[in-house]
Design a protein around this ligand. Structure first.
Ligand code: DAT
Ligand code: MG
Length: 151
């Protein structure tokens, strides 16, 4: 529904490549509402929990190391089907498999430098939002254009 929320993060490579504005712009332009945003150096402990489901994959340790190599822009976005649509906007896991006009398709070539994270289900969105944010960091506010985005 309209109140669906997802966790989106610009990864350290995306921050270094100055893609923060571009990524925020795409979600704003699409009509989604920004609910939370912060620049953070994530601890390995948090990242290990964030990627817990991948703990048996050969790239897990390096993934956690890469994700802690610089600041991340952590965000919560809200809107109609934002989880699924956010994943479409991102593209595939590997930038080389991603279509042009997707965030990954337009901004990279390698899977370890894919610029953005986005929750992939309602369950993971809930889990990730509560892992990265305190309840008090989430803002409820009215967007003045709501009636022109939703009928
Ligand atoms: P996604 O980020 O598209 O949800 P995922 O959850 O399967 O993909 O994996 C999390 C991250 O792990 C992904 O963004 C980049 C990294 N990764 C995935 N597959 C990889 C691989 N084969 N080699 C190296 N890193 C990989
Ligand atoms: Mg994933």
């Amino acid at each position: 529904g309209v109140n669906e929320r997802t966790f989106i993060a610009v990864k350290p490579d995306g921050v270094q490549r100055r893609l923060v504005g571009e990524i925020v712009r795409r979600f704003e332009k699409k009509g989604f509402k920004l609910v939370a945003l912060k620049l953070v150096m994530a601890s390995e402990e948090l990242l290990k929990e964030h990627y817990w489901h991948l703990r048996n994959r050969p790239f897990y340790n390096r993934l956690v190391r890469d994700m802690s190599s610089g600041p991340i822009v952590a965000m919560v976005w809200q809107g109609l089907d934002v989880i699924k649509t956010g994943r479409k906007m991102m593209g595939e896991t590997s930038p080389s498999d991603s279509m042009p006009a997707t965030i990954r398709g337009d901004n990279g070539v390698e899977v370890r430098r894919n610029a953005i994270h986005g929750s992939d289900s309602v369950e993971s969105a809930h889990r990730e939002i509560s892992l990265w944010f305190q309840e008090t960091e989430l803002s409820s506010w009215d967007v003045c254009s709501t009636n022109w985005i939703y009928s």
